[in-house]
Write a protein that binds this ligand. Sequence first.
Ligand code: EPZ
Length: 439
Amino acid sequence: MVEQLRISGGAPLRGVVNLSGSKNAALSVLAGALLTEEPCLLHNVPPIKDVVTMLQVLRSIGVEVSVGDHNAIHLDASGLNTSPPPYDLVKQMRASFYVAGPLLGRLGKAKVPLPGGCVIGSRPVDFHINAFRKLGANVNVEHGFMVAECHRLQATEIYLDPRWCSVGATVNAMMAAALAKGHTVIQNPAREPEVLNFASFLNAMGAQVEGAGSKQVTVQGVERLHGCEFTVLSDRIEAGTYLFAGAMTGGDVTVEPINPTDLEFVLCKLDEAGLEIETEDNSIRVSSDRGFRAVDVATAPFPGFPTDLQPLILTLMCISEGRSVIQETIYDGRLHYVDELRRMGANVTVVNQTAVVRGVPSLSAAPVDSPDLRAGAALVVAGLAAEGDTEISGIQVIDRGYHRLEDKIAQLGGTIARFDTNGNKVNPCSDWQEILASI
Ligand code: EPZ
């Protein structure tokens, strides 16, 4: 059933948001659990579409998935097999390719569909494949599959491209190296907080990963890994989304639990724009009671400005006092959503992957379509700030990454609801038992 969100904008958002688990940390941890034949118990895994897709991928290769107490996800990969996961699942969610590293490391064979591109840009996996080859695997690309084989991976030095510091390639290389023979060094790894959380998970399983968060990660291979109980960290991109919503509506929003250093550069930019920021050990508060200045941003790998919040800061700049230049340097197609903002009265010019935003006094409500996950979130924020009623279609892409979006916004005083095409109000299911029973 196609659904849409209806938002009545104009009210300042005020209050505290309790963050869900990180989508991007959870996806790597779920794949990492394949590295052991012992069970893993994972807490704070968000019941969002991408995570559900990953659980379907895991089940398709022999992993038993169930829900324990307090919505903990129980994984048993003792029956892991090398049958290729279905292409229709992998093409839905690129992180499905994360199963390649553990399959190769633990079973010596991985046949995985290539994920292909997505709406935000071409997204090859050549860095992943090169890492597997460097570790000694024989890798071929045939009929849309990556086919990799190696009896026992051998430690090596892997150089990731410092231009990208690929998150996915870092995660896959760490998993493959965890069971390789010897001491692997990964140069120019991703330093995102989600990668640090993932390294902690691998070490909880008995891996020997050091240097996560620095410019060099080392992995001392071990013979086998054991099961563990682990908690996924909270979602910093969800946190940023609600902070931008508070800023754009002239409100006062606190997000927790979150380590402020996980959004350090984002907070620098909000401070530069003149917003009020307060941080505690485990929370961030942003308030705005007046106009704010335009700032320039170029996305970059962590600790730079995260590409996943580029749509949010560009949308904020649409009602800033001045002119802002926003450069998207990570993806070659992550500015398409600007056409939807223009429908709401935004003044934005895009040349290649650079947007020039001239602030206008306010946006106006309009029917818009959500092209991708983070752009959809930005359109929700735009609708909350715009005078009038905004209807957002294509919201299934938003459900990929946000848990209880409407509830959390309503708790902040926003007016938002989900309707199906018959005009009936809908509340998405977020109970793990029901979700797992339905897939
Ligand atoms: C992760 O994607 C995140 N997804 C993305 O979040 C995030 O935008 C991205 O990292 C950058 O931070 C997950 O963690 C599940 P990359 P990933 O490998 O790993 C190019 C969201 O909205 N590249 O760091 O796929 C690639 O095309 C999603 O939550 C290659 O060329 O990103 C891109 O231009 C969107 N070859 C750049 O590197 C490769 O083999 C960065 O990609 C791999 C990547």
